[in-house]
Design a protein around this ligand. Structure first.
Ligand code: ATP
Ligand code: MG
Length: 543
């Protein structure tokens, strides 16, 4: 992992012997949705930092808010972190600390640093002031600790309705930082919790719970995104007020913002709910589940996160950069197949009727050790319509009347004549081949030709379903907000060399000269793979 400003801070802390324990980080998702590429950045940073310093990283469900969580999400999060290649030290639920948090709030009350407040959430909001004006102190701010403790206990025992009583930290209603104006630390909420059931009818607020969760786990460096910068003074206040020894420190970094997608868990849930996408693992989504099904590799995602680095300022990363790393990881790993998307017939007029022979194709041009496979060749072939131009453009070296090209792994052929249908559309190319040019035979390459194209044998070609994907979303011209593109998935049937049908679910390929594809893990059946486009071959991004 590349160094970054967070590692500079940690280096200094180590040099200063700030902590008597090893470096401990945590990845703390709220289990209210599927993890997405933004979380991948956080996972890589937290787990990567622990690895770099020989420390540990915990996976912690930040499940202190009972209204939003769901067990389905809990399972998916563990699967996703493992798939990315990371191992957590401890798996924790923040809700398991409710007892300790309750005691911490009692302690603050005892120290005169918190009080029971009778104001409703609306009243608290109205009296908190603005950026230019101080807030107003609550009438019951100077209630005695004994009385506040008693009320707190009654709150816990269900004597209050939601919203009529809360516990607030006693800090400074005139603080320039609104988060320090007596924030609520505990509220009444008569709601069951997925982990603690009906044990509690009071719940800690996030800003109070989070520093305690970190401190209880012995976290040294609590990495979070920039929007929590203004919350850091309260984070530090909580731990200082409790005299917590060697408290963790919060460090903020910029969120990953990716173009042409829809990121937050809430917005992704909405896309799933409306049925715009197939589910949380729709291959167009930037959820980890979606990217996995799309055929992206964990290595590609990790390399991407390493390359974009960690900064203090928000910016947007282009989807082309992510795609670059996907392509880069696959290029030396997967076998290639000849697949024709828009076929045009090619007939070799001087080739014997009914004869077939086999041609040998390297499985990966870059990696000879990956071996080769064979495919049949005969008089009747298909080539890609794009590989023919009746009137060639400048620098077009592929098929056009009078031109000779190499059929990859087979022979040189020359296009002599074209056949058109009634509408004038070219439907067949009549070619002759040179029997002396078979690939791999001595002297085959004696003559240089500039164009090499792929092909498949018409007789043995198999049809394969393919799903091509565009970007999930484009910015709305007026609002600038990314909006779902309903045309982002196209389903088609392509023609392929026979071995293509043997693809196992999850197996990735290069469709030669076209792009990378994966046999879908959900839709493929034995011997009947359905392919998802992973990424095209052409890159606009330059590292
Ligand atoms: P969302 O808005 O998508 O729900 P969140 O921030 O609410 O995201 P959490 O489950 O609270 O999601 O986040 C778990 C961790 O992942 C947090 O530490 C959070 O800062 C980090 N995280 C979330 N989104 C991003 C992002 N886009 N880039 C980097 N880190 C992120
Ligand atoms: Mg959230």
């Amino acid at each position: 992992m590349e160094g970054n400003f967070i590692h500079d801070i940690i280096d200094k802390d180590i040099a200063d012997h700030k902590y008597s324990r090893h470096i401990i980080t945590r990845f703390p998702p709220e289990p209210n949705g599927y993890l997405h590429i933004g979380h991948v950045k956080s996972i890589c940073l937290n787990f990567g930092t622990a690895l770099k310093y020989g420390g540990t990283c915990n996976l912690r469900y930040d499940d202190t808010n009972p209204t939003k969580e769901d067990e389905e999400f809990v399972g998916s999060i563990e699967e996703d972190v493992k798939w990315l290649g990371f191992e957590w030290d401890k798996l924790n639920y923040a809700s398991n600390y409710f007892d300790k948090m309750y005691v911490c709030a009692q302690e603050l009350i005892k120290r005169g640093l918190a009080y029971a407040c009778e104001m409703t959430p609306e009243q608290i909001h109205e009296t908190r002031g603005t950026l230019t004006e101080p807030g107003k102190e609550a009438p019951d701010r100077n209630r005695s600790a004994e009385e506040s403790l008693k009320i707190f206990e009654d709150m816990k025992n269900g004597k209050y309705e939601d919203g009529v009583m809360c516990i607030r930290a006693k800090i400074d209603m005139a603080s320039p930082n609104i988060n320090m104006r007596d924030p609520v630390i505990y509220r009444v909420l008569h709601t069951s919790h997925h982990n603690t059931g009906d044990k509690w009818c009071i719940y800690p607020m996030y800003d109070f719970a989070h520093p305690l969760e970190d401190a209880i786990e012995g976290i040294t460096h609590s990495l979070c995104t920039l929007e929590f910068e203004d919350h850091r003074p309260f984070y530090e206040w909580v731990l200082k007020s409790l005299d917590w020894p060697e408290p963790p420190q919060q460090i903020e970094f910029a969120k990953l913002n990716l173009s042409n997608t829809i990121m937050s868990k809430r917005n992704i849930r909405a896309l799933v709910a409306t049925g715009d996408v197939e589910g949380f693992d729709d291959p167009r989504l930037c959820t980890i589940a979606g990217m996995r099904r799309r055929g992206y590799t964990p290595e590609a995602l990790r390399n991407f996160c390493d390359a974009i680095g960690v900064a203090k300022a928000n910016s947007q990363i282009g989807m082309d950069q992510l795609e670059y790393f996907v392509r880069d990881d696959l290029k030396d790993k997967v076998e290639s197949r000849f697949v024709i998307f828009d076929p045009i017939k090619l007939t070799i007029t001087n080739y014997e009727d009914g004869k077939t022979e086999t041609c040998t194709i390297e499985n990966n041009q870059n990696v000879p050790e990956m071996g080769s496979h064979t495919l049949p060749f005969s008089k009747h072939l298909y080539v890609e319509r794009e590989d023919f131009m009746e009137i060639p453009a400048k620098k077009y070296f592929r098929l056009f009347p009078g031109n000779e090209v190499r059929l990859k792994g087979a022979y040189f052929v020359t296009c002599n004549e074209v056949i058109k249908d009634a509408d004038g559309k070219v439907v067949e190319l009549l070619c002759t081949y040179d029997p002396e040019t078979k690939s791999g035979t001595p002297g085959a390459d004696a003559r240089k030709v500039k164009g090499t194209i792929h092909w498949i044998d018409a007789e043995t070609a198999v049809d394969i379903p393919v799903r091509q994907f565009g970007y999930l979303a484009y910015p709305n011209e007026e609002t600038g907000r990314n909006e779902f593109d309903p045309n982002s998935r196209i389903e088609l049937t392509a023609k392929a060399e026979p071995i293509t049908k043997e693809a196992k679910p999850g197996e990735r390929f290069q469709f030669f000269r076209n792009g990378y594809y994966v046999a879908d893990t959900k839709l493929s059946k034995d011997g009947e793979p359905v392919f998802n486009q992973i990424v095209g071959l052409k890159s606009t991004y330059r590292p």
